[in-house]
Design a protein around this ligand. Sequence first.
Ligand SMILES: Nc1nc2c(ncn2[C@@H]2O[C@H](COP(=O)(O)OP(=O)(O)OP(=O)(O)O)[C@@H](O)[C@H]2O)c(=O)[nH]1
Ligand SMILES: [Mg+2]
Length: 346
Amino acid sequence: MIGDSVGNAWPRVTFLIPTLNSAETIDECLKSIFESEYPPGKIEAWVLDGFSDDDTVTLAAKFPTRIAQIKGNPASAYNAVIGSIDTPIVALVDSDARVSRTWLKTLVSTLKSSRADAAGSQIRSWSRGSRWSRAIGAELEVRYGGLPRKLERIATTCMIIKTQTLNEVGGFDTTLSTGYDAALGYELNRLGKTIVFNPEAEVFHLHRASLQGYVRQQYRYGQDSVLLVRRWPKALAGDAVTPIWMTVQPLCLFSVGVATFLMVLFPQLSGLFAIAIALGTLTLGLTWLGLAVKVTLKSRGASTFLMTIAIQLVRAEAWTMGILRGAAGVAASSLSSHGNLSNDPK
Ligand SMILES: Nc1nc2c(ncn2[C@@H]2O[C@H](COP(=O)(O)OP(=O)(O)OP(=O)(O)O)[C@@H](O)[C@H]2O)c(=O)[nH]1
Ligand SMILES: [Mg+2]
């Protein structure tokens, strides 16, 4: 327990900030961390850089941080330093985010009072973002707004965790370039560790600036989710952050596509396929509409409605295409390893 080792004092905390070409935001990210309302000298920070080719490292060096350049994805970067951390708590914040002044204090208090192993906060949109960036953030904010007190997992840009717990679970799954935060959460659950959510603590994240950028990101999430589901089949059923009504959307969209294709191939059964297409489209449409209404009511912008519909539509399509690409990749690699085994003369 944190309280056991430090009594009533505020514990020392190490921030881990993975960076890759983060020159646009790293200065404000680190400034916000070091301006936290927290006892001076109790905050340490590691910038874990993936060999940026912009000014990230030069900008980071202006702050009292330790900087490590580590090859590989953010999960590998975290794992490279976790074993050497000597503070009882680790804070995980991305380089494209800034924390509110009270973020750390609020989450540390939450961790102490709840006796949980990790705590997560609300994610809000960084106001300097584009219209799309803010619309993407508004949709995420509404989902985070409905999170329960106890969580299965939380994003690594807005969480703190006991160092001992992070070491106990063996750090992050480095085979995952995205979704490593979900995998960490599932592993914590498996070991009976707890994550609590406190929406009073806030992180401001700079979301993708354009819809095209968002599509590329979501395609990658879809592709990588195949690896996550292979390791953690429970991810298919969703969780509080990505609920089941989101995880079933690719299946729904895929079924509509297959039914449309079969309708062309077998016109004599077109009535049957038309019903399947109508049901699938209606389910997706109503789901998108429901969330778009919630987001619009919260953000009070009429344009937000159409943007939220567009965000959900392209996300479901990008996930579907990404999952198909990811599944094809996994199938191809298992076929080739199978082929290698059968060619093995022994
Ligand atoms: N060390 C290291 N850090 C990385 C690498 N790729 C991304 N990062 C950092 O990891 C964190 C998460 O990456 P992001 O691109 O922000 O991922 P995201 O928040 O899911 O998506 P967007 O912010 O919407 O792009 C950020 O702090 C990045 O700077 C990498 O290859 N190596
Ligand atoms: Mg980010």
